[in-house]
Design a protein around this ligand. Structure first.
Ligand code: ATP
Ligand code: MG
Length: 411
């Protein structure tokens, strides 16, 4: 069965009132971007509160529905048969053929829901429901009508053309990427941060990402793993600009100057400070982390207060109330889990104290950070200067050398 068209059911966009049009425009953009990677030619259009994707010629059904089902903002994708506006007998025959192909077993319960938007059509919606239902029963006697809880609902919409569909493939829901602005994801290569990025992408944020790398303590393969994870997230969010920052010098300096039980928390504060500086240069309005309350010592209430204290931007922690199991379930669903659990070292795992503080006090941490005063500013500048910009898409990545120009919004 080659469906000629897909009806796109929106998620929350449907209730957006007067901003609705802006959201629809963003959704159309995202659908076009998603379809660019698919074989075939497609036209995306909006007509009286409905969105359609028309396939012009051959395409790969699995590839196209898969791409559409990953676009945030879409609640459902309905593969449709499209007819010109034909007289009733022809319509009924076409609906019967379509049903027969869709449900060869034909022992299901069903109902017909017709909508006549073209008021000049020869029968109204109720007449169409009754007539089409009757004709289907006659043609396939093993069918049963169930108007309350049918297994199959046959939708027939009479517009400038006639659309027939019975299936709604589930979408991701949420809001189209870019409709809520852009944010900087602290992406570490673990299980949590890609899930956090995916969740905020689903709320309409476009993502940039930053990875703090500690060569030679971390290997090239650890960076490659982060790129691979970004690629998976990019399947949903579109291109991610990944900033690879060399954090080694800062980490060693903290190790040398500060109490070891406070290493992680101080390191996290410097990550947040650096992330915020890059965010400012790239027009990101928030930071995103994969923190979850109480998961580790650096994610207790007091620790979060300490890491938060160094940022002015809002910090989104969408996993804050999630158990590890719930996070793992999402990472499996979005397909990042297998890559996340590859055993390459992370900079946080290299310089960790055996007994990190769980109740750090901001004032005390700040006092200890003063021991870094002599060199930390120049080190932060140097770290920002190491920024290697990696453009990550779902199908690959390319490395841009860091230049001031590259960091300006809109490149
Ligand atoms: P994840 O599974 O995302 O690595 P985690 O449970 O290991 O998280 P932490 O190591 O405490 O937790 O890190 C908390 C958050 O800080 C991460 O979710 C991520 O957003 C950020 N983060 C940690 N390490 C890095 C890093 N090397 N580069 C960028 N961000 C990092
Ligand atoms: Mg981690």
């Amino acid at each position: 069965m080659q469906y000629q068209s897909f009806l796109i059911k929106y998620a929350e966009i449907g209730v957006k009132g007067k901003n609705r049009s802006d959201f629809e425009v963003k959704l159309v953009d995202q659908i076009k971007i998603a379809l660019r990677r698919c074989e075939g030619k497609f036209a995306v259009s909006r007509k009286s509160g409905r969105m359609f994707v028309d396939a012009e010629g051959e395409y790969d059904y699995g590839e196209v529905t898969g791409a559409l089902q990953r676009v945030f903002g879409i609640a459902g994708v309905c593969p449709m048969k499209v007819l010109p506006v034909v007289p009733y007998p022809e319509l009924s025959a076409a609906v019967g053929d379509f049903f027969g192909e869709e449900y060869p077993e034909r022992s299901v319960s069903f109902k017909v829901v017709a909508r006549r938007l073209d008021k000049s059509y020869e029968m109204n919606s109720q007449e169409l429901d009754a007539a089409l239902g009757g004709d289907l029963l006659q043609r396939y006697p093993s069918l049963r009508v169930d108007v309350h809880r049918p297994e199959v609902t046959v939708h027939v919409e009479i517009r400038d053309r006639i659309y027939v569909y019975t299936r709604v493939l589930p979408g991701q829901g949420g809001l189209p990427v870019g409709s809520a602005g852009k944010a900087m994801l602290l992406l570490s290569g673990g299980i949590d941060s890609p899930v956090a990025g995916w969740m905020m992408g689903k709320r309409g944020l476009k993502l940039d990402a930053v990875y703090f790398n500690a060569p030679p303590y971390t290997s090239e393969r650890a960076l490659q793993k982060v790129i691979d994870i970004a690629k998976i997230v990019a399947r949903y969010t579109g291109t991610i600009v990944l900033h690879n920052i060399n954090f080694t010098e800062i980490q060693l300096y903290i190790y040398e100057k500060c109490p070891h039980d406070e290493l992680t928390i101080i390191m996290r504060r410097y990550m947040m400070r650096l992330a915020e500086k890059i965010a400012a240069r790239t027009d990101c309005g928030a930071l995103i982390t994969g923190e979850s309350l109480g998961q580790v010592a650096s994610q207790t209430l007091r620790s979060l207060e300490c890491t938060n204290a160094v940022c002015r931007l809002p910090v989104f922690r969408p996993l804050i109330g999630f158990d590890k199991e719930e996070i793992v379930a999402i990472s499996k669903k979005i397909d990042s889990y297998e890559t996340s659990i590859l055993p390459y070292e992370d900079c946080c795992t290299i310089f960790v104290a055996k007994h990190p503080v769980t109740k750090p006090i901001s004032d005390v941490i700040e006092r200890h950070e003063h021991q870094l005063d002599e060199k930390i500013d120049e080190m932060m500048e140097r770290a920002l200067g190491t920024d290697e910009i990696i453009i990550v898409t779902e199908s690959g990545h390319r490395i841009l050398k860091a230049r001031e120009d590259d960091l300006k919004p809109g490149y």
